[in-house]
Ligand binder design. Structure first.
Ligand SMILES: *[C@@H]1O[C@H](CO)[C@@H](O)[C@H](O)[C@H]1NC(C)=O
Length: 288
């Protein structure tokens, strides 16, 4: 398998506009003559291949491949040119030396900012609304602005890897020497579970992890506060009734020594006109 690890290509592009059209004549087109120099680095500079391509209007008509060692014509006109160049021994030797003179030489200068370029990803987790599924949405892990492209993103749930229900985009090159990847967890996140997105990349000494937990639900907590308040109110009411009953038993002569039956007259006494409803009964035990 041949891998192009970097192409130190020099483009010599000659664009010739068609001759100015005569009156009433359409522009006949754009004529483009291009020479392309490619360096194929296979396993670093271990094996290098140099390819020179001559192209006219997007059609290659002549090329030199260092693996072949001579010019080869791709069209009848190219074959004529190949015979011409191949007859020039010194020129051919010069092209054959391009793998060292041009490719390996430039590799040293170019590799630090190409082959050796390392930019770590910025990783974040976001909750995205799901258009097709109801519920809280889905968790999306974004890896941004990293280089080179190979990357591994994994989802964990309470430390346990989730190999299924994970869908990832291709690694997208942004065109400015950086890449992006998005990895979606297809199951809805649950409360009380910690979700982690772990990214491994050649720029990172250790895998990078981000964690996410469902934030407290505001509606839910409001209900809790309401219920809590209601219960507290009930407790106070019970205490107040308890006090009232005890004082009633102590202070009411007609009830002395007798445990007041539940819902007895005394319990409802404050409602009677003799005891004003608004006065707290336990503050005026002798009132009735
Ligand atoms: C790549 O090159 C190194 C030497 O630079 C060599 O040891 C290694 O075997 C090569 N790997 C392959 C896959 O050819």
């Amino acid at each position: 398998m041949e891998r192009v690890r970097g192409a130190g290509a020099v483009l010599a592009v000659l664009v010739v506009l068609g001759a100015p059209p005569a009156a009433g004549e359409e522009l006949s087109g754009v004529f483009q003559l291009m020479t392309n120099h490619e360096c194929h680095f296979i396993n670093g500079t271990e094996r290098v291949r140099f390819v020179e391509r001559h192209i006219y209007n997007r059609k290659q008509f002549l090329h030199f491949d260092s693996d072949v060692g001579v010019y080869v014509g791709d069209t009848p006109r190219g074959e004529t040119l190949a015979r011409h160049f191949n007859s020039k021994r010194e020129w051919l030797e010069y092209k054959r030396s391009a793998v060292d003179r041009y490719c390996r030489y430039n590799y040293k200068a170019d590799a630090p900012f190409t082959v050796e370029r390392r930019v770590p990803p910025s990783v974040s987790i976001s909750l995205v609304p799901s258009s097709s599924q109801p519920g809280p949405g889905r968790l999306l892990c974004s890896g941004m602005d990293f280089y080179p492209a190979p990357v591994q993103v994994r989802w964990f749930q309470d430390g346990q890897e989730l190999p299924e229900h994970v869908v990832a985009t291709d690694v997208v090159p942004t065109g400015d020497w950086s890449c992006q990847v998005l990895v979606l967890l297809e199951i809805p996140p649950r409360r009380g579970v910690t979700y982690s997105c772990q990214v491994e990349h050649v720029s990172l000494e250790h895998p990078l992890s981000r964690h996410w937990e469902m934030p407290p639900d505001t509606v839910h907590s409001k209900i809790l506060v309401g219920v809590g308040g209601f219960v507290l109110g009930l407790v106070f009411l019970a205490l107040r009734l308890g006090f009232y009953l005890r004082e009633k038993v102590k202070g009411g002569p007609q009830m002395e020594g007798v445990a007041p039956p539940l819902l007895s007259h005394s319990l409802w006494a404050p409602l009677a006109p003799s005891a004003p409803f608004l006065s707290p009964p336990f503050l005026s035990p002798q009132s009735s």
